[in-house]
Design a protein around this ligand. Structure first.
Ligand code: ARG
Length: 451
């Protein structure tokens, strides 16, 4: 490419901002209707403009629209086409408006739509988690700290942890939606417009609940995008944690779950392998979503008031995150709906080793020992068992009693069922509590529809 080519393409945003065509046309129609209502243009002029815009929308949707890179962006492309369709009257559409408040309006409209869609897909993923939790109320798995088996929990309890992460993510998107829901149109280039426009009317037509209260802020603010990108990044962080667990659980070492074949791929040379590619790619894609957040933060840093052309760089990262987040959430719902849980393996893993040590320490506390002493006694017990290559359930009552006279026959009855059902505190893993937690979550889902 020669120097002139680079130069002529450098300022062009048309190839990506054409994604905003619906919002751009809706904004122009609402603005034109307002101009006619306010007698700034005539009804006939407005009708011509609106008909022209509706035809242009159809041309774009039928792929008949010629996008001209010499016209730089979507706004100029649509306006120029309107001129060729209806002549000079097209020039009246932009009365009392600037591309600065126009693009801010387009992008807010787009974001509102995307955020509502995102909330919907998070809801579907939460329903998949709830269904899987409900199916696995009695499936026992080891709970881990430091990636070491720590205490037995139910798989339902583990999955409900993700339900709550996504619930908070959804709240962050609601918050982003609130912050996006103000109409900038009417701010003009930066200082307002010298016509008697009716901003409330336009807000109403376009479904905005509020007007931006300061024209200079309105044309240069992209905080609402930062809210969207932060919510998206935190959601992807949660997805990446879940992805990591799915990758571990489906490995031969864990063998807790089998992913459906449609969520794995085989290796071309190692026939035994079923790679969890979808989970791995999601874990990887988290990086680009963080990148897009960092990018817009950096674009905004140090920008003086008001509109600066740097702001044109707000769009590609946004579209990229949208195209990453919504499919990822959808895929995860499908992955959970179709996996098979190997409850025998998970139970074996939760039985193996010394996972009930804390329960034995708590047993001694209930018999009157202090927690610190009982922790020491059980540490000795585990050390002894390891040195004799025994599991805790292979220790005899006589051996227990040598370590503390407080041990009685009932110590032999401590198993993972006992361990789980004893944690019957609100927020804990007992079967009863988890059943209540699932019921509570279902209630949250019923009341928490898109506001
Ligand atoms: N394509 C531009 C953007 O996305 C539209 C606004 C241009 N305004 C201007 N005064 N050059 O930001």
């Amino acid at each position: 490419m020669n120097k002139e080519n680079h130069k002529s393409l450098y300022t062009v945003s048309m190839h990506y901002d054409k994604r905003l065509y619906k919002q751009d046309i809706a904004g122009s129609i609402a603005h034109t209707e307002m101009l006619a209502k306010q007698r700034i243009i005539t009804d006939d002029e407005a009708s011509l403009i609106i008909e022209g815009l509706n035809n242009i929308r159809k041309e774009i949707e039928d792929d008949l629209f010629y996008w001209d890179p010499n016209l730089e962006d979507i706004h100029m492309n649509i306006e120029s086409r309107l001129f060729s369709k209806i002549g000079e009257v097209a020039g009246k559409m932009h009365t009392g408006r600037s591309r600065n408040d126009q693009v801010a309006t387009d992008i807010r409209l787009y974001c509102k739509d995307i955020i509502s869609q995102t909330i919907q897909v998070i809801r579907s993923l939460q329903y998949s988690l709830l269904a899987a939790a409900d199916k696995n109320k009695l499936t026992v798995i080891p709970g881990y700290t430091h990636m070491q088996r720590a205490q037995p929990v139910t798989l339902a309890h583990h999955l409900m942890a993700y339900f709550h992460m996504f619930q908070r993510d959804k709240d962050r998107f609601y918050n982003a939606l609130q912050n996006t829901d103000s109409l900038p149109l009417g701010s003009g280039a930066l200082a307002g417009v010298p016509y008697e426009i009716d901003r409330e009317f336009v807000a109403d037509k376009l479904g905005f609940s509020r007007l931006t209260p300061n024209s200079m802020d309105a044309v240069s603010d992209r905080d609402f995008l930062l809210d969207y990108h932060s919510a998206a990044s935190i959601t992807m962080m949660h997805i990446s944690r879940f992805a990591e667990e799915i990758i571990l659980w489906s490995s031969q070492e864990f063998n807790f779950i089998n992913l459906d074949d449609t969520y794995t791929t085989g290796s071309s040379i190692m026939p035994q392998k079923r790679n969890p590619d979808f989970a791995e790619i999601a874990r990887g894609k988290t990086g680009r979503v963080y990148g897009n957040l960092t990018s817009i933060l950096t674009i905004m840093k140090g920008l003086p008031l008001t509109y600066n052309r740097d702001l044109q760089e707000d769009k590609e990262g946004l579209f990229d995150t949208v195209d990453t987040l919504i499919p990822t959430l959808t895929i995860f719902a499908g992955m959970i709906d179709t996996w098979k849980v190997n409850s025998n393996h998970t139970a074996d893993a939760a039985t193996d080793g010394y996972i009930l040590a804390t329960d034995i320490a708590d047993y001694l506390v209930r018999k009157g020992e202090t927690f610190r002493n009982s922790h020491g006694i059980v540490a000795n017990l585990v050390r002894k068992a390891i040195s004799e290559d025994k599991k805790l359930n292979q220790i005899s009552i006589e051996e227990y009693r040598k370590l503390s006279p407080l041990f009685e026959e009932d110590i032999l009855g401590i198993d993972f069922h006992y361990s789980i059902s004893s944690r019957n505190v609100y927020g804990g893993t007992s079967e009863d509590m988890v059943a209540k937690a699932i019921a509570e979550a279902n209630e949250i889902m019923e009341t928490d529809v898109v506001r």
